[in-house]
Design a protein. Structure first.
Length: 298
């Protein structure tokens, strides 16, 4: 069952339960669900190597904010989403120090543009604090870098981030990237935050050099929005729902190139949720409300 592709710890836990054919307690993993600002939030903690092996993810904390109802545009939907995600970020991120925010991905390819578009809504303050420390003393130093992709830069994202980190000397790094989900219902409807770093390209089977504390020397946090579903994974789930048992997604991949499925309105969805992530980072790092962020970004 775990051959189904997903970057979400929540879905990896679901797959483990399905493979066990019961809701037994997963050793080395603790999960709990609650609501914040009206949005469902699931926190999965992988406590040891046993849990890491079962879910196929590093030891650490993974928080999934369910924004499925975001598109309903109910009262204060944007502000509530920013505050909910921002509060989860604030609980994970260090309370002090310089942050380097990294926008991973390819701006020219919409499903992979989450990182670059998020940085369009980020308050970059490091240069302001160095030039006018008294005027901006209430803000934390934040720097940002867009890495592009190996095909257009000739450089691994990790190499570019390492160079930026050597210059900025941040206390921690936040990497923002697109992910792959198992379920179409979670595409552009959830945001995952983790304290384990990230491997760019892993969601589409093009895993690159990891960005984590081992490779960069400082804590690395990841924020991801699932924008695609692996075609074979989607086919296996749909056929299973139709009553065809024990399908292996690998058998559905055939000999062709991997197929990734994304919604028809992916451009609007990525634009909306990238803005939520950018504002939530500002909310968490700077302690500003949405109106104040609007004023500073304008």
């Amino acid at each position: 069952m775990l051959t189904r592709r997903t970057d979400l710890a929540l879905e990896a836990q679901e797959l483990w339960k399905e493979s066990a054919e019961k809701t037994t307690r997963l050793p080395g993993v603790r999960a709990r669900t609650r609501r914040r600002e009206g949005w469902p939030i699931t926190r999965v903690e992988i406590l040891n190597d046993t849990g890491a092996k079962a879910l196929g993810k590093p030891v650490g904390t993974y928080v999934t904010v369910d924004l499925t109802a975001f598109r309903d545009r109910r009262e204060d939907f944007f502000g509530r989403a920013v505050r909910a995600l921002g509060a989860e970020l604030r609980e994970l991120l260090p309370q002090e120090g310089t942050a380097l925010v990294v926008g991973l991905g390819n701006r020219a390819m919409t499903p992979d543009a989450v990182g670059p578009q998020t940085l369009d809504h980020l308050l970059v303050t490091r240069h302001l604090l160095r030039a006018m420390p008294q005027q901006f003393s209430g803000l934390r130093p934040v720097a940002a870098v867009r890495t592009g992709v190996l095909a257009t830069t000739g450089l691994e994202s990790a190499e570019l981030v390492r160079g930026a980190a050597e210059t900025v000397r941040p206390d921690f790094i936040v990497a923002v990237d697109a992910l792959a989900a198992r379920r179409m219902a979670r595409v552009c409807a959830t945001v995952q935050v983790s304290d384990t770093g990230i491997a760019p390209g892993s969601g589409v089977g093009n895993r690159r050099m990891a960005l984590n504390q081992d490779s960069l020397g400082v804590p690395v946090f990841a924020v991801g929005i699932p924008t695609v579903v692996d075609g074979a994974t989607l086919a296996a789930d749909l056929m299973e729902e139709a009553g065809v048992p024990e399908l292996d997604p690998e058998a559905l991949r055939g000999r062709g190139q991997p197929l990734m499925v994304t919604p028809q309105d992916i451009d609007a969805r990525v634009r909306d949720l990238s803005k939520v992530v950018g504002y939530a980072l500002n909310w968490a790092l700077q302690g500003l409300d949405v109106d104040e962020i609007d004023a500073l970004l304008s």
